[in-house]
Design a protein around this ligand. Structure first.
Ligand SMILES: [Cu+2]
Length: 471
């Protein structure tokens, strides 16, 4: 395996690293060395040193695939294969992806580039790649059976086309799509404009990630591929909060975030503290006359939305899907009520036979959030993430945009929690409480209708006994 570090120092083209790995010239002339990534970290932008210059993007908890130049053609090598994806520290899923990760690496090219992509299939079944949103010859569109023969296991196919339209695109299989997308096969593609573009602004920070969803039972490793809607892990680039990196920007940076949705439902993506414009879809940049300010934009299934804003408010700003069940982590489905049942001995016996097996809830669901009950080895609490003031009580599709005056240009380092200026944090009221007499005579806040006693309109509200972790 070739070290990613070589490419960051050498940047761009992969020729140097191949020479170091002493691959013969003959092999080089044929297939580019596949570059693998084993980590789920956010990699720094891959600054191009061959081909036309562009301002590289940053893939959240992901990376950009290096290329080699071959007679003016940008050559990439994607390997479709089973991968282990760390969804959050200590929680790994067995997925299918590309070049060691799921999602696959981001491909970055420039408008007008001729691109050749070698796709090697190391999956146990056939696959293909569809280049979602691209203008290309019909035979390169990747629908197995319709545009090409599917790529059998062990085979390598070649796709070649000119990246004609600048914009933000995706790639994914178009063969046994239900299985392969449920297993995590997808990636991002950015075609940068070749010159100043009237509708594509230069920005200081440019982030991309995919929305994806999985159904992995707590304690298990492999997604259930038959699940159609009832997923239990809602992810940004196959990571769940608190495993998703923050987006760290400098105050007054112009920030672009490109979000593609390859899940089976829509996601209203919401930014705190700033308003943004939707500047592009997978159909290209939006005309300026169609743009208006939003703080939430719905990204429907199979869509990409590109948002832009001026990060002029310092702080730690939440950025998340607004569906509250999508900011929660795994819960087992169809869980029988086990309250009061001591099944420890039974579980131990079953686990010897079925390692993925677990039961939950012998003391109620509150234990799951409070973590007094040991979680199975491979899962994440339903909600958590420690902030400077306690638990954030979020999971899934949630992260933070950190705006800092002292963030260095082009530095993506997380500098910790925001230090709020004195007097700018919500605080507890410590003055005298209002006179309770009114409440005693009239009932709790609402006035009973004339002629009826307070008792008649009383509503019994049962509060959860411990916290709000029930689900
Ligand atoms: Cu959502």
């Amino acid at each position: 395996m070739t070290s990613r570090r070589n490419f960051l120092s050498g940047a761009g083209a992969i020729t140097g690293a191949i020479a170091a790995a002493s691959v013969s010239k003959v092999a080089m002339a044929a297939l580019p060395e596949p570059v693998l990534q084993t980590k789920a970290d956010t990699m720094p932008p891959l600054v191009p040193n061959t081909g036309r210059h562009y301002n590289p993007i940053v893939t959240l908890n992901g990376w950009t695939l290096p290329w080699r130049m071959n007679n003016g053609i940008k050559e990439f090598h994607l390997v479709a294969e089973p991968v282990v994806r760390e969804m959050s520290p200590g929680f790994k899923a067995h997925l299918w992806g590309y070049n060691g990760q799921s999602p696959g690496p981001t491909i970055e090219v420039v408008e007008g580039d001729r691109v050749r992509i070698f796709v090697t299939n190391k999956l146990p079944e056939h696959t293909s790649i569809h280049w979602h949103g691209q203008r290309l010859p019909n035979g390169m569109d990747g629908v197995g059976g319709l545009n090409q023969k599917a790529i059998d296991p062990g085979k390598t196919y070649v796709y070649e086309f000119v990246a004609r339209r600048p914009g933000t695109f995706m790639y994914h299989p178009h063969a046994d799509e239900m299985t392969q997308m449920a297993m995590g096969m997808m990636g991002f593609w950015v075609t940068h404009p070749k010159a100043r573009h009237p509708l594509i602004d230069e920005v200081d920070r440019d982030f991309v990630f995919l929305l994806n969803a999985y159904d992995v039972e707590p304690g298990a490793y492999t997604p259930k591929i038959m699940t159609m809607l009832d997923f239990n892990l809602w992810t940004f680039n196959s990571r769940i909060f608190p495993g998703i990196d923050s987006m760290n920007v400098r105050k007054n940076d112009k920030v672009r975030i490109r979000i593609g949705n390859l899940t089976m439902t829509n996601h209203p993506i919401h930014l705190h503290g700033h308003e943004f414009l939707v500047t592009g879809t997978d159909g290209g940049p939006t005309p300026k006359s169609t743009r208006w300010y939003e703080v939430t934009t719905d990204v429907a299934v199979g869509q990409m939305r590109q948002i832009e804003f001026l990060a002029d408010e310092e702080g730690d700003w939440a950025f998340h899907c607004h569906k509250s069940h999508h900011t929660m982590n795994a819960m087992g489905h169809d869980v029988p009520t086990m309250i009061g049942v001591d099944h420890r001995k039974v579980v131990k016996d079953i686990t010897n036979l079925v390692p993925d097996y677990m039961v939950m809830g012998e003391r109620g669901m509150a234990d799951m959030a409070e973590m007094t009950m040991p979680l199975p080895d491979n899962t994440e609490p339903m909600m958590g993430g420690q902030g400077p003031f306690g638990s954030v009580e979020m999971g899934g599709m949630f992260t933070v945009v950190k705006v800092r005056a002292d963030q260095k240009p082009r530095d993506y380092k997380n500098t910790g929690w925001f230090k709020h200026p004195p007097g700018t944090v919500a605080y507890e009221f410590k003055g005298a409480l209002p006179d309770p007499a009114r409440f005693q005579s009239e009932g709790s806040g609402s006035m009973p209708p004339k002629g009826r006693s307070r008792k008649d309109v009383e509503v019994q509200i049962r509060k959860p006994s411990s916290g709000h972790s029930g689900h």
